[in-house]
Design a protein around this ligand. Structure first.
Ligand SMILES: C[S@@+](CC[C@H](N)C(=O)[O-])C[C@H]1O[C@@H](n2cnc3c(N)ncnc32)[C@H](O)[C@@H]1O
Length: 267
């Protein structure tokens, strides 16, 4: 029997790029209040520790190349659980509105009179290069950046990569490892063989791996270092202008925050 007092609610939440500290306080509050959490493969499962012990946790991602659920099944599950349990959190890697289908799920739920909310996350597109000291813009080097998917719905390389290769912008490509040869060809055709290029796998996590070269050498680097997905590809002069960072892996690890109350800021 459905409880008439239940308020059906969906909050699409950005879990950040991998480092579990790279999440917003608002996202943690939503996780704590969830009755059901549907989470993806790129979500750091440590974050599920913030969930209530009574919450139902459902993995809906892709493992070993196989989807646990198809998109339509996820949509239907969100609606069914919101109706039966109340607050559903849909936890997604990075930012849910950056190649994350967050908007699609909200649109679907809205048709069923479910309250919908969105809590942005730190996208891998920005954070993964940042942890390697790569600024996406830098005065004198890069005035803008593009974030492009390497693989479109029809499994082709996005045509935007061709346009971006003509620009002076920093180019960040997600889901591009399967198309690395093609990407290199596109940039080479624009005379950019010598432009610096980086590939960062599992960025911001303890399994982070990094390869750097130029457009004409990156395929050899990737092969030699056996880099693969999930990875962020960065192309542009900013790659060679990396700032030297000390490792953040253990920094701040032992500091705890009270996450139930807003943090008081004295001015
Ligand atoms: C479906 S997209 C989702 C992007 C996500 N919404 C975001 O804002 O980061 C998945 C792709 O993001 C990139 N990605 C996500 N997390 C990553 C990480 N920790 N390290 C490297 N690449 C990552 C990879 O290119 C991966 O194939």
């Amino acid at each position: 029997m459905r409880d008439k007092n239940i308020i059906s609610k969906l909050t699409v939440v950005g879990a950040g790029p991998g480092d579990p500290d790279l999440i917003t306080l608002k996202a943690i509050k939503a996780i704590k209040g969830a009755k059901v959490i549907l989470y993806d493969a790129l979500v750091n499962e440590v974050l599920l520790k913030y969930a209530s012990p009574e919450a139902e946790l459902i993995f809906v991602g892709k493992r070993k190349g196989c989807y646990a659920y198809r998109q339509q099944q996820i949509n239907e599950l969100i609606v069914a659980r919101a109706k039966s349990h109340g607050h559903v959190v849909r936890l997604k890697g990075g930012d849910p509105f950056v190649f994350g289908r967050g908007a699609e799920e909200i649109d679907y739920a809205k048709q069923f009179d479910i309250e919908t909310y969105m809590i942005p996350g730190i996208s891998s597109a920005l954070a993964v290069p940042a942890y390697q000291g790569i600024p996406l813009t830098k005065r004198g080097s890069s005035e803008s950046f593009w974030v492009i998917t390497g693989t479109t719905k029809s499994h082709k390389l996005s045509k935007d990569v061709l346009l971006a290769a003509k620009s002076k912008a920093t180019v960040v490509i997600l889901m591009g490892m399967g198309k690395l040869d093609e990407i290199v060809r596109v940039f080479s055709d624009e005379g950019k063989q010598n432009v610096p290029m980086a590939v960062i796998q599992n960025g911001t996590t303890k399994n982070e791996r990094f390869g750097v070269g130029r457009v004409e050498t990156i395929c050899d680097v990737v092969k030699k270092k056996q880099l693969s997905s999930p990875a962020v590809i960065v192309i542009g002069e900013v790659v060679s202008e990396r700032t030297k960072l000390d490792s953040l892996a253990t920094e701040f690890q032992n500091q705890s925050l009270s996450l139930t109350e807003p943090v008081e800021v004295s001015r």
